[in-house]
Write a protein that binds this ligand. Structure first.
Ligand SMILES: [Zn+2]
Ligand SMILES: [Zn+2]
Length: 174
């Protein structure tokens, strides 16, 4: 859904939108399936543009970086940014507003694309590192089996080459 900003003249305009964001749109390797999102908030006119504030509720399934299994994910985040017609070069990134840093976004046309807002906010809400559990054993480097599963693989663990490199260093005469 797109909000026609020319409608936002004096009063705030509220929005509630439920949508699915395709993984291709997110371009994040940990997202393999569509993310369901609910955006709610409002747009209000401010000098030189519009202020957008709202809440993102997202749920979906992410991929564990170690064993590649699906990890259920849910997030609820608030967001706020300003759409500006002109962004002064000395305040491109952020402008101080009390304790909050408000992002400023260049207004391209007189529309607010909620699908784009959802995609951006989902990317911001994704965890830094997705693991199915803290002690995930990952995939076996030899046979590719998921080592979290009992009896998944019988391979003898090979010494990690990174440790070998450290050992070489420590054996070097000083
Ligand atoms: Zn895992
Ligand atoms: Zn194995």
């Amino acid at each position: 859904m797109r909000i026609d900003l020319s409608r936002v003249t004096t009063e705030p305009v509220g929005f509630v939108e439920e949508l699915e964001v395709a993984p291709e749109r997110l371009d994040a390797s940990e997202v393999a399936a569509p993310v369901r999102a609910r955006l709610s908030g409002e747009v209000r006119p401010v000098g030189g543009g519009y202020a957008v504030a709202g809440t993102l509720e997202a749920s979906g399934s992410l991929t564990c970086v170690r064993c590649l299994t699906a990890v259920p994910w849910q997030a609820r985040e608030t967001f706020a940014f300003e759409l500006c017609r002109e962004i002064a070069s000395d305040s491109v990134d952020e402008v101080e507003l009390g304790d909050d840093d408000l992002d400023r976004v260049q207004l391209v046309d007189d529309e607010l694309d909620l699908g784009e807002v959802a995609a951006e906010q989902i990317l911001l809400a994704l965890p830094m590192r997705v693991v199915c559990r803290d002690d995930c054993a990952g995939l076996c480097p030899t046979c590719g089996e998921n080592r979290n599963l009992e009896g998944a693989c019988q391979c003898t663990p090979e010494p990690d080459p990174r440790w070998a490199a450290l050992r070489d260093l420590s054996e070097r005469p000083s």
